[in-house]
Design a protein. Sequence first.
Length: 127
Amino acid sequence: MSESVLDASIPLAIFRNEQFDADVLDVVEGALMSAVNFAEVWTKLHDFGLTSARRVQAFFALLDRIEPFTQSQARLAADLRPATNHVGLSLGDRACLALTLALEAEVYTADRLWSKLDIGCKIHVIR
């Protein structure tokens, strides 16, 4: 089975108690995140005052690992700009996709706009 990469929108949707497909919780265990996306999530958790919440610690304990953002991923994230500009992806979004492509993995996001992308990886939108 392919590895699963989580976009920052997944934990944020969970922490904000948003509606999403229930089976996404099964994907979290053993999934990966880019260090860039982890920084995005952790920044938002500061904004929400949740950095010490037990559910946050429990969520991150389920992940297999946080992957470093490598030079080759940085170049790939930049190279993805033309193919993703029409949906307005951020650098963090493209970092997530670069990790997904580098690992030949599948990606999970709560951002519906990603369903419009055709960049060579399987994209799962959770709502």
